[in-house]
Design a protein. Structure first.
Length: 637
C-alpha cells in the first residue's frame, strides 16, 4: 500500500506529519570504537559522482530503529541542496549502508517540485539480501535527471523493522558534510499514514547515496561548504577548518579569497599536505581568517578561485560564514551534561569519558552528571532541563548536539571538548558561593561580563564529587564485565585500554561518582533563575539560592568540601551554552583567610571596568591596586 501511494504524483501538502516527539531508539553497543567504517571516498570512476548527504564510505554500526513499531517502512534522507549540480547526469545506482542486516525491498528517489508536487524519479527492487555495511543497487533502467524545477528530493530505501536486537537497529546515521532530516513513512502509533521526521539530526544523516554518471563532469572543481560562525579578537588571525567538496577528479592545490562585508582580500594559495587523487569526496583544510578591527558581526565569503592552477570549474564557488569580533579573549568554561544512571550497563564508559575531560581541563571543565536513567539510582534527580536525551550514556557539549560521552561525535570525546574549548566566548562569567549555617542551601553569586549585547539566560547547578555508598542503589551496572561476555561477545583485548579495568570488576561495582548534579535552579524542567538582556561592556552581578537534596540517603553521602556551584550562561536564541564557571565551596574559607592575611595592605589606585582611574568606589566592577603591587577586582553594588 505504501509503495502504491508513494508512486503516485501527489501534493506534498498534508503528506508530511506535523513535527512530533517520536524519536528512533538507539542500540547501545560495547564496541562503539569500531562502529564506524574507515572514512574513505567511495570508489568511483572518473565519470561518476555521488548525490547524498555525504560522499565517503563511512557508516555507523551503532544503529537506530523503531523497535516499538515493527512494520515495513520507506525511510529516506530529505535533501534541499547538494543535488542541483547533477541535473542532466544519469542516475545509475542507489547505495545504502545498514548498521544491522535486515530485509530491504527496494530503493527509490522522489522529487518535490517548486510548486509542491511530489513524483517518483526512480525505484528499483532489491533482489539480493541486504547486509550490514554498504549495499549497492543498480537501476535496470537508468534515469537522466532533470532538477530544473525541483526544490527537494527524498532518497532512500524500504526496509523491514523488527523487534529483534540483532536486526531492529538497522539505520546508519553519520555526522559528515550536510545534516539532512531523516523521514519514515507509515502509520506510526496510529497517528495516520504520513512521512514522519524521526528527529535524529543530532545523530547525523541517513547513510544513503545515489551514483550518477556523465561525460561532462568538470576535471578541476571544488565547492566550499558554509563554515558557520566564529568568534575572533579584533585584528587577530585564527585558523578555521573549512570543508571542501571535490566535484572533479583530483586536487593537489587551490587558491581562494576571503571577503569581509563584501571587501575581498588578496588571493591565497594552499598546497594540500596529502593530495586528493580520487574522484569526488571531500576534505577539510585550515583557512586563516584575519578579523576586522571593527567590533561586532561581519559577513564572510570564501571563494575558491583556482584548482590545480586553473579556474575553478564548480558552479558554486562560494561558502559563507560569520565572524564576531570581540575586544578581548575571555576564559572559557566547558559544560558537559551527561545522561547516566546506575542501572545503565554501558554507562561506565561515560564515567571514564567524563573523567578524561575533568583531568584534561581541570576547573574549566564543568561536568554535570544527570542521574535520570533509573529511579532506583541513589543519585536520581528528576528536576533538570529537558535536553532531549533518548538513551544512555549520552551527553551534550555546551548544548550543541547530543554525542557519546566517551567517543564523542567521532572516536574520542576529547576531540569534541578541544574543538569547543577553542571557541572564544562572547560573554564572561565567574561564580562564587556560600553555605548557610546548616549547609542545606547555597547562596550563589555570578558576575557576568558581556562583550556584546544580547539575550541570555543563567542557570545554577550544584555538583558533588566522591559520592559513594554501600547499598544496591549505589552500585553501577557494568556490561563491560566478563560476566556479560556471553551476551555481548566481547573479549578483554577488544576493549580500549582505559576501559579494560572494567572487565574484572563484576556485573556491578561501586565507583566514586564525580560531577553529580545534586541541585539546580530548575523546578521540574523550567529554569527559575533570571537574567535577560545584557549590554556589551556593562558588568552584571546576580545571586540565587540553590538548595541541597532533601533525600537523607543522598544528603548524608555528600561531603560539603566536595560540592561546587556552577553558573551556566545560555544564549536565549540558540539554546547553546555561551560560557560557564564553577566554584568549589571549600574555597570560601581559603578566600577569607587570604583577605585576613592582607588586612594591613592599603589601596594605592582604583579603576573602573573601562580602565579609567576613579577616586572613590563606583557602582559596578572596581579594579583596586594594593600597596604590595597586587590587584583585586571588587564588585560595588
Amino acid at each position: 500500500m505504501a509503495t502504491m501511494l508513494l508512486a503516485m504524483s501527489v501534493s506534498a501538502q498534508g503528506l508530511f506529519a506535523p513535527k512530533t516527539d517520536l524519536r528512533a531508539e538507539r542500540v547501545s553497543q560495547a564496541l562503539a570504537s569500531v562502529a564506524k567504517a574507515p572514512a574513505k571516498v567511495a570508489t568511483l570512476e572518473n565519470n561518476q559522482r555521488i548525490i547524498g548527504p555525504y560522499t565517503s564510505d563511512t557508516y555507523e554500526t551503532n544503529g537506530l530503529g523503531l523497535i516499538s513499531y515493527p512494520d515495513t517502512y520507506p525511510v529516506a534522507c530529505y535533501m534541499e541542496e547538494g543535488f542541483q549540480d547533477y541535473s542532466g547526469a544519469k542516475l545509475t545506482k542507489i547505495r545504502f549502508a545498514l548498521a544491522q542486516a535486515t530485509k530491504v525491498n527496494r530503493v527509490f528517489m522522489y522529487a518535490f517540485t517548486s510548486d509542491g508536487a511530489m513524483s517518483l524519479v526512480a525505484e528499483q527492487e532489491m533482489k539480493s539480501s541486504a547486509k550490514a555495511g554498504w549495499n549497492e543497487v543498480s537501476l535496470a533502467n537508468p534515469v537522466t535527471l532533470d532538477f530544473s524545477n525541483v526544490a527537494a528530493i527524498l532518497l532512500g530505501f524500504e526496509y523491514v523493522q523488527t523487534t529483534s536486537n540483532t536486526s531492529g537497529y538497522p539505520l546508519s546515521l553519520v555526522i559528515e558534510d550536510m545534516i539532512c532530516p531523516t523521514y519514515i513513512y507509515g502509520n506510526l502509533g496510529s497517528s495516520g499514514l504520513a512521512w514522519y521526521d524521526l528527529g535524529t539530526e543530532d545523530y547525523g544523516s541517513l547513510s544513503v547515496q545515489a551514483v550518477v554518471e556523465s561525460d561532462e563532469f568538470p576535471e578541476h572543481a571544488i565547492k566550499p561548504v558554509d563554515f558557520g560562525s566564529h568568534n575572533l579578537v579584533a585584528g587577530a588571525s585564527n585558523d578555521v577548518t573549512v570543508k571542501f567538496v571535490n566535484l572533479g577528479t583530483g586536487v593537489q592545490n587551490f587558491d581562494y579569497t576571503v571577503a569581509f562585508d563584501g571587501v575581498a582580500g588578496e588571493e591565497q594559495h594552499i598546497n594540500l599536505a596529502k593530495p586528493l587523487n580520487s574522484v569526488g569526496g571531500s576534505f577539510t583544510q585550515k583557512v586563516t581568517l584575519v578579523a576586522p578591527e571593527a567590533l561586532g558581526e561581519h559577513d564572510v565569503v570564501l571563494t575558491v578561485t583556482k584548482v590545480n592552477g586553473v579556474d575553478n570549474q564548480a558552479t558554486d564557488k562560494d561558502a559563507v560564514g560569520k565572524v564576531l569580533t570581540l575586544s578581548k579573549a575571555l576564559p572559557r568554561g566547558l559544560v558537559v551534561e551527561e545522561f547516566t544512571g546506575t542501572g545503565c550497563g554501558w554507562c561506565p564508559r561515560g564515567l571514564v569519558g567524563m573523567g578524561k575531560m575533568r583531568e584534561a581541563y581541570g576547573n574549566n571543565f564543568i561536568g554535570i552528571g544527570i542521574h535520570q536513567y533509573n529511579a532506583s539510582d541513589a543519585m536520581y534527580n528528576s528536576e533538570y532541563a529537558n535536553l532531549g536525551f533518548s538513551g544512555a550514556p549520552s551527553c551534550t557539549v555546551n548544548r550543541k548536539g547530543i554525542v557519546d560521552p566517551y567517543y564523542g561525535s567521532g572516536d574520542d570525546i576529547l576531540d569534541d571538548a578541544a574543538a569547543e574549548m577553542a571557541v572564544l566566548p562572547e560573554i564572561g562569567v565567574t561564580v562564587t558561593g556560600k553555605w548557610n549555617d546548616d549547609k542545606t542551601e547555597v547562596e550563589a553569586t555570578a558576575t557576568i561580563e558581556p562583550l556584546v549585547s544580547g539575550n541570555y539566560e543563567i542557570a545554577y547547578v550544584l555538583i558533588a564529587d566522591k559520592l559513594q555508598g554501600t547499598t544496591n542503589a549505589w552500585k553501577q551496572n557494568n556490561y563491560y564485565s566478563k560476566s556479560y561476555a556471553s551476551q555481548t561477545g566481547m573479549t578483554k583485548n577488544q576493549l580500549p585500554d582505559d576501559l579494560k579495568f572494567l572487565w574484572d570488576l563484576g556485573s556491578t561495582y561501586s565507583p566514586e561518582f564525580d560531577d553529580v548534579m545534586i541541585g539546580s535552579s530548575y523546578i521540574g524542567t523550567k529554569n527559575d533563575a533570571k537574567l535577560g538582556a545584557v549590554t556589551g561592556g556593562e558588568i552584571v552581578t546576580q545571586s540565587y539560592t540553590v538548595y541541597m537534596p532533601m533525600k537523607a540517603s543522598l544528603y548524608n553521602a555528600i561531603d560539603p568540601d566536595k560540592v561546587a556551584v556552577c553558573a551556566l550562561i545560555i544564549n536565549a536564541e540558540t539554546g547553546a551554552i555561551a560560557n560557564a564557571a564553577k566554584f568549589y565551596l571549600s574555597e570560601t574559607e581559603g578566600i577569607a583567610e587570604q583577605h585576613a592575611d592582607r588586612r594591613n595592605l592599603t589601596e594605592t589606585a582604583r579603576y573602573n571596568a573601562a580602565g579609567q582611574q576613579i577616586f572613590a568606589p563606583q557602582k559596578g566592577l572596581n579594579i583596586v591596586q594594593l600597596s604590595d603591587g597586587s590587584v583585586q577586582k571588587i564588585m560595588v553594588k
